[in-house]
Design a protein around this ligand. Sequence first.
Ligand code: SRM
Ligand code: SF4
Length: 555
Amino acid sequence: MSASDTKALTPVEHIKAASNYLRGTIAEGLADGVTGAIAEDDTQLTKFHGIYQQDDRDVRAERQRQKLEPAFSFMIRVRVPGGVCTPAQWLAMDELARSHGGEQMRLTTRQAFQFHGIIKRELKTTMQGINASLLDTLAACGDVNRNVMCTPLAETSAVHAAALRWAQRLSDHLTPQTRAYHEIWLDGKKQSQPDHEPLYGKTYLPRKFKLAMAIPPLNDVDVFAHDLGFIAIERSGKLVGFNVTAGGGMGATHNDRATYPRLADVIGYCTPSQVIAVAKAVVATQREHGDRTERKHARLKYTIDDRGIDWFREEVERRAGVRLLPPAKYAFTANSDRYGWMAGTDGRWHLGLFVPGGRLVDREGQRWLSGLAEIARVHTGDFRITPNQNVIIGAVEASQRDAIDALVREHGLDLWQSLKPYELNAMACVAFPTCGLAMAEAERYLPELMDKVGALLRRHELSGEDITIRMTGCPNGCARPYLADIGLVGKAPGRYNLFLGGGEAGQRLNNLHSESLDETAILDKLDGWFGAYAAGRAAGESFSNWTRREEIVDD
Ligand code: SRM
Ligand code: SF4
């Protein structure tokens, strides 16, 4: 018997059940010109369509004082399976960012595009523009499988091509079937045939569900942070199968020990032809057994911890009709991105660019939006959004390299050349002003803090160290802070919980060291640790391993 059989279902379960396959009253709400918002229940449903209602938190209090409704607008997340899109699609996103998105867009930690600040009356046009580019936003958010991630640049081009095809097939097989999306956003025609969701049913999943494919030795997707993962196994330059991982997740709530980040378990090995059946079986197991009575306890990681990994593996094997084999050997060396020109094994080249905070906007000396659009106009390969909010100009013919280099320089996009590893590894979530859950700044504050951290590292002659710092505005973990060497997690304005000792290419969680630190306290602590690390580290010892050996955090 599952928890859902005895306790009351969450309100979101009732909203989904009554929504007629995610329609609710979204269409009616869009037509209501009196408010910039949509009905509250519908805000749960639009997530499944890739849309979040938000309000500008910078002006929230002032508008309340003036008795005005909050400054509502919408965030749209565009699904880009494996993070790969064409130059034409890039230009289409650029166009929408200019016309509706405040002349900016954002690359996310899950290889997607996000537009912020779309006002209600421009939502439909924006959605139609996205669709016209053959991208979409269906299931970019909501209680379904989200954008499927894939290492964007493997050591072997052929393995990347094969793994990406599987990632895209997985995405297709796990995408909801409802025609509500077309009906509301595209052609407006009501269907006479009833909808049918063979995989999800009427109430979809108990909670969000995330899938990533990693291609060793790179774990840039942080495969162990996902509900379901596939680790590509390569032999002699060919993809031969996948290790299956399950039960990862980052989200937690401050001071609630029942919630926690968890690393996925490796549950076995399957062949490429079994991968779809295995993925569907994992989704179906979570659909049937996930907790629909408490959203904080509804992710797959809790289902697995409640029932045990052996039960879970057997359930997946039974549903898939697949006997998982013992995991194959693999080794990860990094979960960060790579920058600069890299040679593919197919004669083409890839240029990794560091995008501060994933924010594509034209600013003084760095014209990200315009520069990448100019590149898209001449580029014949692809664009690859990375899992660390960066971009790769992919599959460039050797003859095009000079032209692209010139555009990169002209628009100031060669930042990676002057940055140190700790700067290139750093990541922050969006947080203020758009994220409704933010407790502290992240994207807007991290650069300032990094300058100060950089000064400390220089003082201790550590600025060449491969240290990863990740910051989030709350404990939900959108920049996967619990896998960083140093994680800073927002607790209140200007205050962060500090985590230490993670890393190991995304294979080890860090531990909480201290709570509610302000900037001075953070820098004081780091200064002390950097000094002691510089003086006392063993040859080749990483900062995280040192913090554990010195028992600064538990090992
Ligand atoms: Fe996230 C909620 C932004 C990746 C865990 N996340 C949100 C929302 C939608 C806030 C909300 O619910 O109202 C944020 C919107 C902010 C904004 O204004 O844009 C938000 N999450 C993001 C992005 C844009 C962060 C970024 O800086 O890139 C990432 C979009 C990814 C995408 O393209 O799909 C993003 N979020 C993640 C990740 C990282 C990952 O998946 O690899 C995680 C941790 C992994 C995980 O899911 O466990 C993550 N986001 C959460 C959670 C906590 C879930 C949980 O299990 O507790 C929430 C809150 C929730 O779901 O209730 C959340
Ligand atoms: Fe918002 Fe928290 Fe996610 Fe940051 S970690 S984007 S503050 S939900």
